[in-house]
Design a protein around this ligand. Structure first.
Ligand code: NDP
Length: 354
């Protein structure tokens, strides 16, 4: 993608604007278009086209289930607004996020997956076949795999959007490496921010937590760990008014939350860690969600509705990695196949026996 910062690359999370197809243009959108006409019924409909959904599609397709993927208007999930991915196994030289998702998609298509590049509007899981409405079309599915992911929250500043991939990131695991010997800021006061800040001390010379209140929200143990670290300091009661820098991040304009006073401080990077929003709105009437809105998994990859399976960041707020999401998609597809087999809708299992 064009948002390259020299020496900086990695996974950045999709934002709401991008999810709506508005903020960030795609440079390598997958080539396949809508589902073939008439492809509205399947033994498996997969919702979501990030690593979890497409891996589920590869497995379901290879099990001859001819899955339909409701991929979204902006297919590919969070990796579509990623620059270089260096931690996905099998790519020793790294790979661009959109390119990686195109490879996933080609692999799924090769085995007979059908794609609909539209957003899911509504579902009815009251009986089988399940009903799903997307782009004005009704789909019917004997089983469903929900892999709609989660979106990182952003501050919403223009300067933050402009400098994303040029020093602004939402993923320390992905991008921390590129800040060796630098002074970075982490905004947020929850466990994600504390964890990201602690992780970044491996590379950065100094990590400054910027928090809008004078008390962290995160767990006590993570607070203690962060506050005791010699490389971590905190700007309490501080809001970010602007990210400074033309081509790369050079600093932050901080606003004192009590007095409103502004001052500028130099930084080499900003990690935004103010939480995630799981993409579960469409399912809330049917599936169980936890207090943060993530889907609750029943058993291995199941949900409270028999025949509806769950994979990836839509339930996983712990690991949030492309590779863990892909693994989860594989598990969900195998479970769906086994379940279809158990009700007589699929042939003898082609997947791993257990
Ligand atoms: P949280 O919602 O817990 O925290 C978000 C933080 O960001 C809060 O401190 C909040 O401030 C701040 N914030 C929110 N919006 C803004 C904004 N617009 N500007 C500035 N600051 C803002 O999200 P997390 O992602 O940290 O955690 C989510 C869940 O995942 C939690 O349950 C957490 O415990 C869990 N988790 C667990 C981990 C672990 O166990 N290893 C690691 C990471 C997360 P304020 O406090 O003022 O509301």
């Amino acid at each position: 993608m064009e948002t390259k910062f020299p020496g900086f690359s990695g996974i950045q999370m999709i934002d709401d604007g991008a999810a709506d197809g508005a903020a960030i243009p795609l440079t390598a959108a997958p080539s396949a278009a809508a589902a073939e006409p008439g492809a509205t019924e399947s033994k498996v409909v997969i919702v979501g086209s990030g690593p979890a959904g497409l891996t589920a599609a590869i497995y379901a397709a290879r099990a001859n289930l001819e899955p339909i993927v409701i991929a979204g208007y902006v297919p590919g999930g969070q990796l579509m607004i990623t620059s270089e991915v260096e931690n996905y196994p099998g790519f020793p030289d790294g790979i661009q996020g959109p390119e990686l998702m195109e490879l996933f998609r080609k692999q799924a298509a090769r085995f007979g997956t059908r794609f609909a590049d539209v957003d899911l509007d509504r579902v009815d899981f009251s009986e089988r076949p399940f009903h799903l409405w997307a782009g004005g079309v009704e789909y019917r599915a004997q089983s469903v795999i929900v892999a709609t992911g989660a979106s990182a929250l952003w501050l919403g500043l223009d300067s933050e959007t402009r400098l994303r991939g040029r020093g602004v990131s939402a993923c320390a695991t992905c991008d921390g490496f590129f800040f060796r010997g630098k002074h970075v800021a982490v905004v947020g006061g929850g466990d994600t921010a504390l964890e990201e800040a602690t992780f970044l001390t491996r590379f950065a010379s100094q990590v400054t937590l910027v928090h809008r209140r004078e008390q962290f929200r995160g767990s006590k143990i993570m607070q203690e760990r962060a506050l005791a670290h010699p490389k971590i300091d905190v700007r309490w009661n501080s809001e970010i008014a602007e990210v400074l820098g033309e081509d790369v991040v050079t600093g932050l304009r901080l606003r004192d939350a009590r007095s409103g006073e502004m001052h500028d401080e130099p930084f080499d990077g900003l990690f935004v860690a103010i939480g995630y929003r799981p993409n579960t709105d469409v399912f809330r009437d049917w599936l169980e969600v936890d207090e943060k809105g993530y889907l609750v998994v029943h058993g291995e990859t199941g949900s409270k509705v028999e025949g509806v399976f769950v994979a990836g960041d839509v339930h996983d707020h712990r690991y949030r990695q492309a590779v863990t999401a892909a693994g989860d998609g594989c598990r969900a597809a195998i479970d769906a196949e086994r379940w279809l087999e158990s009700i007589g809708l699929a042939e003898a299992a082609t997947a791993t026996a257990w």
